[in-house]
Design a protein around this ligand. Structure first.
Ligand SMILES: Nc1nc2c(ncn2[C@@H]2O[C@H](COP(=O)(O)OP(=O)(O)O)[C@@H](O)[C@H]2O)c(=O)[nH]1
Ligand SMILES: [Mg+2]
Length: 230
């Protein structure tokens, strides 16, 4: 299978090399695409030195905008998404790949089915994540355990055909909602979540939480609209 790995990275100079090294030990990807939009540190140079294809975009627009650039540039039959900050463990990738069947569109790496190591999630984010995940499950009629998972395997054609518009952290919700509305299956596998190995998150709880909620409701409304039309 032709595999592309897509990572959004913003000021991740402390972790990017280790993530790419560990990735290369685990999978033989056809391409590794790092999208850096406006880091003020050496993220892009370090990623290039580690052998990744680096897309440099300016100005900084957020994780979703970066991921959309990476997806558009990708050519893989399947795409792996993971964080560049060391929170996701490339050693979990074989577990994701094992689910890549003909009927499957997206394999979600669930931290709640797996292990959240101490310091890997703020208690408030954990509660908010679980509330948003319960709402998404209700809205889309499918029990999901981690709506905000960034660690995923997705069919390349499916990802590239989604008219994605997320600029920030609502990207995860938009991709998951669109996959749930596709004809293909969404499956979940347990993954381990580590604390950040350096740097810090750009996630702003209220601002980004509201964007996630708005995206969830919009995707549900759009799905209902298109099913009444067809
Ligand atoms: N290119 C790019 N990547 C971003 C941006 N914001 C976050 N990321 C990356 O997206 C991934 C997840 O972001 P992070 O802030 O760690 O989210 P958290 O794990 O939910 O706290 C990391 O690899 C970040 O470097 C951004 O504005 N641009
Ligand atoms: Mg992170």
């Amino acid at each position: 299978m032709k595999l592309s790995v897509v990572l959004a990275a913003h000021n991740e100079a402390e972790s990017i090399e280790a993530v790419l090294t560990s990735l290369a030990e685990v999978v033989d990807a056809a391409e590794v695409i790092v999208v850096d939009d406006g880091s003020s540190d050496l993220t892009a140079d370090l990623a290039e030195r580690a052998g990744a294809t680096v897309l440099r975009c300016t100005p900084n627009r957020g994780k979703g905008a970066a991921m959309r650039e990476g997806i558009a540039a990708s050519r893989g039959e399947w795409l792996i998404f993971l964080d560049a900050d060391g929170q996701d463990d490339p050693h979990d990738i074989p577990r994701l790949l094992a689910e890549a069947g003909d009927e499957v569109g997206l394999v979600n790496g669930s931290r709640f089915l797996g292990t959240l190591l101490p310091g890997s999630i703020h208690p408030l984010n954990r509660v908010a994540n679980q509330a948003l995940t319960a709402l998404l499950s209700l809205l889309f009629g499918r029990r999901i355990t981690d709506s905000q998972a960034g660690f995923r395997l997705i069919r390349g054609d499916l990802a590239r055909s989604m008219a994605l518009r997320s600029d920030e952290y609502e990207f995860e919700t938009e991709v998951l909602a669109k996959a749930l509305c596709s004809e293909l299956a969404v499956v979940e596998v347990p993954v381990t979540r580590h604390p950040r190995s350096g740097g810090r998150t750009d996630f702003r709880r209220i601002h980004n939480g509201l964007r996630i909620l708005r995206t969830m409701l919009r995707e549900r409304a759009m799905a209902s609209l298109s099913s009444t039309r067809s």
